[in-house]
Design a protein around this ligand. Structure first.
Ligand code: CO
Length: 299
């Protein structure tokens, strides 16, 4: 027992390191993808993580993902640089700029287009961001679609007392700040920037699966100080209630990472492209519904 009779947090070890795969998505834009890949299919409740870019695009070069459907899960888009536009079959339209988040609960289904904003497409510039797919539990797969579009200015940001750790709270809680986004199942989604010599110990509920994805600099993770650098992911073991993140003192660049966690659903995953259900029968139904136009179309 620690002084005061409080059990100290046990810090988690690292179970695995994963290298992302470089691939093309949608209309042909560059992504770094830690999963799904041949090494890691999914990390319950997370189905996919894409780092879009970073790419320096010339005029007319920005590409997007034209009309396509989704059913059975959520897509979370977090942009760091560039501008995107979104339109869907429910008549919803929105725009995302640097630092903004769109949390889309596809639920029963939408057809949407995720494209570069016209001015950004014309002029070009830097494109960098993330898309995370969060699975929905069986009871929520056919829920009506919902959007949460949160401009950067509404997303809580906290800096540690020593000034070495900065964290943006997309979902969950960190350093006393609580996210404004509501999630269907408990989710933690944090963007950390650690200056060289910075260290953070982030509490994570014991029943969460947790990973870190590095997209700038290099860091050391977990009780074993496992090293990871940009485009690498570390999966934490389920052996504690906190995770340790550190930027080595001799680093020349800040460490930038996403720390993401959630309660595993432990349900069967039937997956076919943009549809993620529990059974093959439900996948066939989704394809039929899409082909019959029941997921709607963009007008
Ligand atoms: Co999509």
């Amino acid at each position: 027992m620690a002084p005061g009779g409080v059990e100290p947090w046990r810090e988690r070890s690292v179970a695995r390191g994963i290298d992302s795969v470089e691939t093309r998505e949608g209309g042909g834009f560059l992504v770094h993808r830690p999963f799904p890949t041949p090494t890691l299919d999914h990390f319950d409740p997370f189905l996919l993580l894409d780092e879009m870019g970073p790419s320096e695009l010339g005029p007319g070069e920005a590409k997007g993902a034209p009309d396509h459907p989704h059913r059975g899960f959520e897509t979370v888009t977090y942009l760091l640089a560039g501008r995107m536009e979104h339109r869907d079959s429910a008549g919803h339209a929105g725009a995302l700029g640097p630092g903004d988040v769109q949390w889309m609960t596809a639920g029963a289904g939408v057809v949407h287009a995720e494209m570069p904003e016209a001015g950004f497409h014309r002029e070009g510039g830097r494109m960098h961001g993330f898309q995370l797919w969060v699975n929905l539990p069986r009871r929520d797969k056919m829920t009506p679609p919902r959007y949460q579009e949160i401009p950067s200015g509404r997303i809580p940001v906290v800096t540690s007392p020593d000034g070495l750790v900065w964290v943006k709270v997309l979902a969950g809680e960190a350093l006393g700040a609580r996210a404004v986004i509501e999630t269907r199942t408990p989710i933690l989604y944090l963007h950390f920037t650690l200056r060289p010599g910075g260290r953070a110990v982030q509490p994570v509920p014991r029943d969460y699966h947790v990973f870190a994805y590095v997209f700038g600099g290099r860091g050391r993770f977990g009780t074993d100080g496992r090293e990871a650098r940009e485009h690498q992911m570390v999966l934490f073991a389920d052996d504690g209630e906190a995770v340790a993140l550190a930027a080595p003192r001799d680093s020349t660049a800040p460490l930038d990472l996403l720390l993401i966690g959630g309660v595993p659903l432990r349900e069967p995953v039937a997956r076919y492209g943009p549809f993620v259900m529990n059974t093959q029968g439900e996948i066939r139904q989704a394809i039929e519904d899409y082909q019959a136009g029941r997921l709607g179309r963009i007008v």
